[in-house]
Design a protein around this ligand. Structure first.
Ligand code: AMP
Ligand code: MN
Ligand code: MN
Ligand code: MN
Length: 287
């Protein structure tokens, strides 16, 4: 399989903070020409069977996936796991623990918003959470658009819910080491998600990549919906420098909110090793 394969290995369903079902995402991926797809819900593998079955029915090649929330050097980092066994008990337990603090965090976020006159945000956000165990900032953002606090979810993240802004609550997620270990022990490949999104200085970023690698991490997202064309180039260089394979994924959440649709990103730079080359035995096909 070559680097020009239309692979989309990062997106979200109603099982986490997307607005489409796994089945609707599979159909959208197929309609958009995706040839290899993965559903990567935050901290949750509850949609994997449905996604795999839907992909199978459409003759769409599928890789299992998850996006794990990690705390590294005081910031939240996302680690995608591809080709994992969703029934692996250590992985399931680890994800359950990682999700565990979300309810309490959501209540504290709501209390903080209350302070500035935004009422009922917890109940309001919960209405949008397809999975009550997975209440996320995205659900708060949707509530704040619904109630007219902001015009769109991006605006919510500019003015609220992020560090130093109202509604932000610091939270401790999984460790980098644990997340990579859960993924590897479940037979998968760990991938640093959208590295350009983090606000690390050069030393911290170097530490992230080298520690990730030393724990057994194998890939990095180079072409993603959150990167600019210039960032494709800088993270292609990082992949080469650290001997990591490269991944490609839209991070699609919703037709109304996401600016990058499934399967519409440019191909990976040709000189990189596509992550799917490490996963040929884990790809689910009809044959
Ligand atoms: P949480 O896991 O609850 O902290 O929520 C994180 C989710 O919020 C991410 O996966 C995105 O879907 C969304 N998000 C975070 N930052 C932004 C942003 N600046 N713009 C749009 N969505 C964002
Ligand atoms: Mn999300
Ligand atoms: Mn992410
Ligand atoms: Mn994501």
């Amino acid at each position: 399989m070559t680097s020009i394969l239309n692979a989309d290995l990062h997106c979200h369903s109603v099982i986490s903070d997307g607005t489409l079902t796994p089945e609707a995402l599979a159909q959208r991926a197929k309609a958009n020409g995706v040839e290899l797809w993965a559903l990567t819900d935050h901290d949750e593998v509850g949609g994997q069977q449905r996604a795999a079955a839907a992909a199978r029915a459409l003759d769409l090649q599928y890789l299992t996936g998850v996006e794990i929330s990690v705390t590294f050097a005081g910031q939240t980092v996302h680690i995608v796991g591809l080709g994992i066994d969703p029934d692996n008990s250590e992985l399931k337990l680890g994800l359950q623990r990682t999700r565990g603090g979300r309810g309490q965090r959501a209540r504290e976020m709501s209390d903080d918003l209350e302070r500035i006159g935004i009422h009922g945000a917890y109940q309001g956000a919960l209405k949008y959470a397809g999975n009550p165990e997975l209440i996320s900032r995205t659900h708060f953002a949707r509530f704040m658009v619904e109630t007219g606090v902001c015009r769109e979810t991006n605006e919510v993240f500019r003015k609220y819910l992020t560090e130093g802004k109202p509604g932000y609550v610091e939270h401790r997620w999984a460790s980098l080491k644990d997340a990579v270990r859960w993924i590897r022990d479940a037979g998968g490949v760990a991938v640093i998600a959208h590295p350009a999104r983090y606000k690390f200085n050069a030393t911290e970023e170097f530490a992230l990549f080298s520690e990730f690698k030393s724990h057994g991490g194998q890939a990095v997202e180079v072409v993603t919906g959150s990167h600019s064309a210039a960032e494709y180039i800088s993270y292609a260089a990082m992949a080469t420098e650290f001997g990591l394979a490269a991944s490609r994924g839209s991070d699609f959440h919703s037709p109304d909110e996401s600016h990058t649709d499934l399967g519409t990103l440019p191909p990976l730079p040709e000189h990189l090793t596509p992550v799917w080359q490490l996963l040929t035995a884990r790809i689910q096909t009809l044959q």
